[in-house]
Write a protein that binds this ligand. Sequence first.
Ligand SMILES: O=C([C@@H]1CCCNC1)N1CCCCC1
Length: 331
Amino acid sequence: EKGSAPAIPVDPRFDIAYVTPVTIGTPPQTLYLDFDTGSSDLWVFSSHTLASQVRGQMIYSPEKSTTAKLLAGHTWSIRYGDGSGSLGNVYTDNFTVGGVTVTSQAVQTAQQVSTSFTSESDIHGLVGLGFSTLNTVYPNGQLTFFDNAKSQLDSPVFTADLKWKKEGTYDFGFIDETKYTGEITYLPVQTDPGYWTFTSSGYAVGDGSFNQVSISGIADTATSLTYLPTAVVTSYWRQVEGAVNSQYYGGYVFPCSSKLPSFTFGVGSANITIPGSYINYAQITEGSPTCFGGLQSSSGLGINIWGDVALKAAFVVFNGGNPPTIGWARK
Ligand SMILES: O=C([C@@H]1CCCNC1)N1CCCCC1
């Protein structure tokens, strides 16, 4: 089997996140979910979510699905690195993405969600595509959609072709050669503790020389920006007149009129170039002449994160084979 589904930017002004339509249950209920390679819970807004915490999201109602089964005695609770979170109970039901169906997928129904989820009406939940070891369901951890689907896929892979301010795709079970140029460079993945962790071979700012330095980090499709070591990030923003690291705004801001340099990162002996335009993330407030950078320091996180600002510059293969690897290609 193989499948393909759109990755739709949540906001046409800036790529804060991408959502993908899925159907759950019988008859099928459609929700738009944020596919997240940085976590491993599949959770949805539901008929169980506190009414005060639902604001326009589509919901999954297990009581309206003839194939839904409560996973008795199981609960979940997740806290994301940005402080957001959700919790609830668990059903199994049919779950379909781009024509690939997993029967009896663990669908975690939210009873509570934090304010940042309530305020994002276009995101109806998350589909964790990290390693199942990260799943928070208690007392028995559940498998991700990808882990459940893997055996029925033509090839045990999924790919991300995210785009700048445009609709991209997630493909399951195959590699679409029309989506990239040149070769795919595969790197080893450290699967402990459960992220798609790989090591980049270095970086260059604009047309500058390449700095060979190992940068270990995770590929996270549900993190908007890219967070790298302070030394890397300061060398980038040093090239932008008027850029400052603002305590007030919590990161590098710069004059929106700036022409930003590109940022190139190494993947083995190859490399990926992020156009400067992708690093001009957004105005700090509507109409402001000050913009927020898409490349920020990871020093507060304790981990480097290659988020959407980097991923959308590449075609990325998440290979769930044995051993797992991650593939990068220019496009
Ligand atoms: O919570 C997250 C991210 C948040 C954004 C969505 N993806 C998961 N983690 C990844 C980085 C390390 C800490 C955990």
